[in-house]
Design a binder for this molecule. Structure first.
Ligand SMILES: O=P(O)(O)OC[C@H]1O[C@H](OP(=O)(O)OP(=O)(O)O)[C@H](O)[C@@H]1O
Ligand SMILES: O=c1cc[nH]c(=O)[nH]1
Ligand SMILES: [Mg+2]
Length: 209
C-alpha cells in the first residue's frame, strides 16, 4: 500500500487558509498556490540521492554534496495543476514537464482525457503528478493510468486538498503510488466537491466560472 503524507508545516497550513477563503482573489490565490507548491516540493524532495564532489572554498578544499543526477518529471493535470508547476521548478529547475489534460464530467464526475504530452524518456524518470484537488480520485487514477500506460515506473501524487474518497481510490487502484497532501478534508458533497475545500481550483486560478 502506498504511503500518505500530510504536510502540516505551519507555513503550509497558514497559506492554505487564505487559499480556501472565498474572499481571496485570483491574483493572490495564484501566488499562494505557487508558494505552497514550493514548500511542498521542499518536503517531497527529501529523499533525493546525493553524491560527493570536491570543491574549493575561499579557505580550503572540501568534499561537499550535490544532488546525484536524478531524472525528474513534473506532470500537472490540466488545468488546475498548472498552478503548481512554477513553484516546484523554482527548487528543481532541471525537471522536465509533461502535461495530462483531463476534465471531470459534471454529470458523471468521470474524468475525460483530452491531451497527453510527456518527456520522451518516460521509463527512466521519477514523476510527480500535481493537481490542487483529489476529490473522487477519478482524475488522479486516470492520470496515473495514462503515465503507466506509457512506461512510467516511479510516480508520486501531490495535491493541496484531498477527500478521504480520493485517497482511497488512488490507494486501491495504484498501491505503489505515494500521496502527498497539504490537508485531508472531511468529505465530498453531492456535486463531488470537497468540503470544506476551496471550491473549483481551475476557476479560482484562472478567473473562469
Ligand atoms: O478527484 P476528481 O473527482 O476527479 O476531481 C478532481 C479534479 O477536478 C478538478 O479539475 P476539473 O475537472 O475541474 O478541470 P479543470 O482543472 O480544467 O477546471 C481538479 O483540478 C482535479 O483535476
Ligand atoms: O472540490 C473540488 C472538487 C473537484 N475539483 C475542484 O476543483 N474542486
Ligand atoms: Mg475545474
Amino acid at each position: 500500500m502506498g504511503k500518505v503524507y500530510v504536510f502540516d508545516h505551519p507555513l503550509i497550513q497558514h497559506k492554505l487558509t487564505y487559499i480556501r477563503d472565498k474572499h481571496t482573489g485570483t491574483k493572490e490565490f495564484r501566488e499562494l498556490v505557487d508558494e505552497v507548491a514550493t514548500l511542498m516540493a521542499f518536503e517531497i524532495t527529501r529523499d533525493l540521492p546525493l553524491e560527493e564532489v570536491e570543491i574549493e572554498t575561499p579557505v580550503s578544499k572540501a568534499k561537499a554534496k550535490v544532488i546525484a543526477g536524478k531524472k525528474l518529471g513534473v506532470i500537472p493535470i490540466l488545468r488546475a495543476g498548472i498552478g503548481m508547476v512554477d513553484g516546484i521548478l523554482k527548487l528543481i529547475p532541471a525537471a522536465k514537464v509533461g502535461h495530462i489534460g483531463l476534465y471531470r464530467d459534471p454529470e458523471t464526475l468521470k474524468p475525460v482525457e483530452y491531451y497527453v504530452k510527456l518527456p520522451s524518456d518516460v521509463e527512466e524518470r521519477d514523476f510527480i503528478i500535481v493537481d490542487p484537488m483529489l476529490a473522487t480520485g477519478g482524475s488522479a487514477v486516470a492520470a496515473i493510468d495514462a503515465l503507466k500506460k506509457r512506461g512510467a515506473k516511479s510516480i508520486k501524487f501531490m495535491c493541496l486538498i484531498a477527500a478521504p474518497e480520493g485517497v482511497n481510490a488512488v490507494e486501491t487502484a495504484h498501491p505503489d503510488v505515494d500521496i502527498y497532501i497539504a490537508a485531508l478534508d472531511e468529505r465530498l458533497n453531492d456535486h463531488g466537491y470537497i468540503v470544506p475545500g476551496l471550491g473549483d481550483a481551475g476557476d479560482r486560478l484562472f478567473g473562469t466560472k
